[in-house]
Design a protein. Structure first.
Length: 151
């Protein structure tokens, strides 16, 4: 009987611990996600170099982790032509400790030759942004990819 009672207690303790860990991870993921979606966390700047005709895109992000656990944040920025081929893309990632805020920057350059090769003109192509948030040793997370038509 003592073994059965010990097993029941161990099972109950494990279930309670699992619920606590689930609550902490969900709070962390939703905290980072809500901080990323609200406010001025993301800023996209575009420039055209008049002397060379090169196009430069810069994505600046300043995510905050308001959760109890640390989280890994991954960002990817890409430009696709009308056929869905990547013209250029770049990615970065950072670890956000509990209560921490980081600055992330992604730069893309499309040269004039690449724009001609991939038929990228004003108002053509797609911009693709992927962000991923992972916590609890990358066991729990959220990922979203947004693809926006230029123009």
């Amino acid at each position: 009987m003592k073994i059965v009672k010990a097993f029941r207690f161990g099972t109950l303790a494990f279930q309670v611990l699992t619920l606590i860990v689930l609550g902490l991870t969900l709070h962390t993921v939703f905290s980072v996600l809500s901080n990323a979606m609200i406010g001025n966390t993301f800023k996209l700047d575009t420039q055209i170099d008049q002397s060379t005709g090169d196009r430069k895109l810069t994505l600046n992000a300043r995510p905050t982790n308001g959760g109890f656990l640390g989280a890994n944040m991954y960002l990817e920025l890409g430009v696709l032509n009308e056929d869905g081929e990547y013209v250029t893309r770049n990615s970065t990632s950072a670890y956000l400790g509990s209560g921490e805020q980081r600055t992330l920057a992604l730069n893309l350059v499309i040269t004039k030759d690449e724009a001609l090769k991939y038929n990228i003109t004003e108002g053509s192509g797609f911009l693709e942004i992927t962000f991923r948030i992972r916590t609890l040793a990358d066991l729990v997370g959220f990922q979203n990819t947004m693809k926006v038509k230029a123009g």
